[in-house]
Ligand binder design. Structure first.
Ligand code: NDP
Length: 306
């Protein structure tokens, strides 16, 4: 039986692992399908303290992993598909069928990009429709693309895409950005970016050719539908917490985020850190901070069991 299993390898999971390993808790980290978490889809992280010139997201997570390994953290590839958190010991089951029993768990499974949900978009995911500009942007050299959303992710994506695309259209459903002012100012001042306000994507064309040739866009104020010729659509409309394997066992809010008090869930010995329990701040640094908290809480819990 394991002492402490940490699920997830974003800043929350790695930080929890660093603290737990240094406290001799011998943690096992389950890596998930995207080791490194959302940070690996980011190029420059400019707001993580300690890196005055910024740092590449993948480099940052690689260094976090090395730091966790240095103190003896063990890693295991695999996706958690189900769990029994009310069981004692707790257990998790991976996609290959293996079940792992453990005295304590830290859930740091993060959140995943959301899509619009329209049929034509779903059919063209990976064929011109993407949820990750930093992963796929380089495929769109010299062609026009669009970004949907008005938050920091959408604007960061739009600015990033200007390095490749001939033109970037930001389609936002309101007449005001949700993003921070500094990002909005950069976008508004950029010669390659055009903002399409008060508009939603009705259809992605051309499903029959199995590639994106354009978008049908509806202005929500006057219902006028227009066409926009683009070869790529980047959807940046927020994220969904990865809590499916824990449904029905842990308290969650209406959107599925875990409800915690000082990283403790409603089940003794089960803790949560990072974006999976934070719909408000969602920053690498806050995720790392809560990973530290969860590890300290797990340490106290395990000590109290002895
Ligand atoms: P947000 O929730 O902040 O923004 C989502 C955007 O998508 C909103 O503008 C929203 O519109 C729009 N939207 C949501 N659903 C739909 C839909 N169905 N159709 C069309 N538009 C839709 O998510 P982000 O991922 O942008 O940011 C998450 C958090 O991470 C934020 O706190 C952000 O500040 C932070 N972040 C920070 C960065 C940095 O500091 N470098 C970089 C990226 C993110 P509406 O505004 O109308 O609700």
């Amino acid at each position: 039986m394991e002492n402490l299993v940490i699920i997830g390898t974003g800043p929350a999971g790695y930080t929890a692992a660093i603290y737990a390993a240094r406290a001799n808790l011998n943690p096992l980290v389950i890596e998930g399908f995207q080791p490194g978490g959302q940070l690996i889809t980011t190029t420059d992280v400019e707001n993580f303290p300690g890196f005055p010139e910024g740092i590449d997201g993948t480099a940052l997570t690689t260094q976090m992993r090395q730091q966790a390994e240095r103190f003896g953290t063990r890693f295991k590839e695999g996706e958690v598909v189900s769990s029994c958190l009310t069981c004692l010991p707790h257990s998790i089951t991976l996609s290959d069928g293996e079940t792992i029993e453990t005295k304590a768990i830290i859930i740091a499974t993060g959140a995943s990009a959301q899509y619009l949900g329209i049929e034509s978009e779903q059919k063209l995911i990976g064929r011109g429709v993407s949820g990750c500009a930093t992963c796929d942007g380089a495929f769109y050299k010299g062609v026009p693309v669009a970004v949907v959303g008005g938050g920091d992710t959408a604007l960061e994506d739009a600015l990033f895409l200007t390095h490749f695309a001939s033109k970037v259209s930001v389609i936002h459903r309101r007449d005001q950005f949700r993003a921070s002012k500094i990002m909005a100012d950069r976008v508004m001042a950029h010669s390659k970016i055009e903002v399409v306000w008060d508009s939603v994507v009705e259809e992605v064309m051309d499903v029959s050719k199995n590639e994106v040739t354009g978008l049908k866009i509806r202005n929500v104020k006057n219902d006028e539908v227009s066409e926009l010729a683009v070869t790529g659509l980047f959807v940046a409309i927020g994220h969904k917490p990865n809590t499916q394997p824990f449904k029905g066992q842990l308290d969650m809010d209406h959107a599925g985020y875990l409800i915690t008090k000082n990283t403790r869930t409603n089940v003794d010995g089960v803790f949560a850190a990072g974006d999976v329990q934070d719909s408000i701040y969602r920053q690498a640094i806050t995720a790392a901070g809560s990973g530290c908290m969860a590890s300290l809480e797990a340490e106290r819990y395990l000590a109290s069991m002895e």
